[in-house]
Design a protein around this ligand. Structure first.
Ligand SMILES: C[S@@+](CC[C@H](N)C(=O)[O-])C[C@H]1O[C@@H](n2cnc3c(N)ncnc32)[C@H](O)[C@@H]1O
Length: 239
């Protein structure tokens, strides 16, 4: 597994182009827009209920917006991707991931991006439901593998869910971006030509790469250091 000193925007430049893709959790469509421009998918499914959820564990998540705001976001995503939906490149699913998954065939996606509800249970469910929908050798990527104070306030359980998923399935940790809200990349065929190609291009194209064995069994934590000159810096720690 490689820690990449990069952003998710840079990382997806190295994932397969022209693929069949899905983003779970779209919100205002900012990252979906980036995926469209960078990965040039043959088809991109955007899945989000755009619904306020009165769930205890999800109360403090800044993306659990009021129903009025959720409706506004949905309308704005429909407008934003109107050309692509008209052309049949984008399909918008206003639905929960565990419902929407029923509309997809097995081994359909080249890669998916998991960024829906961030509690441990919700991420675990998304990984479990969508893994069979990914082609053999395809990638599962996802956002917010972090536990800094802001993530704890929002009750994120992404680290726990992803680590358990990697321990219990054939998927392995391939890469993680080092940034305030890191993106992870998993593959069930880490030695495939496709995965090796991804790693070669990413390692070549990014500044610093650090290889780590057995990452899912280590403790990864992020904290915000505050300096006397007022500067703040995110510190990532592995122990
Ligand atoms: C962090 S935001 C997504 C941000 C977006 N991926 C981006 O980077 O531009 C999380 C989104 O997940 C959606 N969400 C919550 N529960 C969900 C579920 N069960 N299935 C799919 N999406 C869900 C929320 O409505 C919210 O819009």
């Amino acid at each position: 597994m490689y820690l990449f000193h990069s952003t998710r925007e840079m990382l997806i430049e190295f994932l397969p182009k022209n693929g069949h893709l899905a983003e779970i959790g779209t919100a205002e469509g900012d990252f979906a827009d980036h995926i469209l421009k960078t990965a040039q998918p043959s088809h991109l499914h955007l899945i989000d209920p755009w619904e306020h959820q009165a769930v205890d564990q999800y109360k403090t998540d800044s993306n659990n917006v009021t129903q009025e705001e959720a409706n506004r976001r949905y309308e704005s995503v429909c407008n934003r991707f109107k050309d692509e939906t008209d052309k049949g490149v984008v399909t918008i699913h206003r639905n929960y991931s565990t419902e929407a998954v029923k509309y997809f065939g097995d081994q359909q996606f080249d890669w998916i991006y998991v960024d829906g509800m961030h509690t441990e249970q919700a991420v675990a469910e998304d990984l479990r439901c969508f893994a069979p929908k990914v082609k053999p050798g395809g990638f599962i990527c996802g956002h917010d593998y972090t536990n800094h104070a802001a993530a704890q306030r929002m009750k994120f359980g992404v680290i726990e869910a992803v680590n358990t998923f990697v321990r219990e399935t054939s998927f392995e940790f391939i890469a993680l971006t080092l940034e305030p809200f890191p993106t992870y990349v998993l593959s069930a065929e880490p030695n495939s030509a496709l995965c090796q190609e991804f790693l070669t291009y990413a390692t070549h194209g990014l500044d610093i790469a650090l290889a780590i064995d057995g990452f899912e069994d280590k403790n990864f934590s992020q904290t915000m250091a505050e300096f006397s000159d007022g500067k703040r810096k995110l510190i990532s720690k592995l122990s």
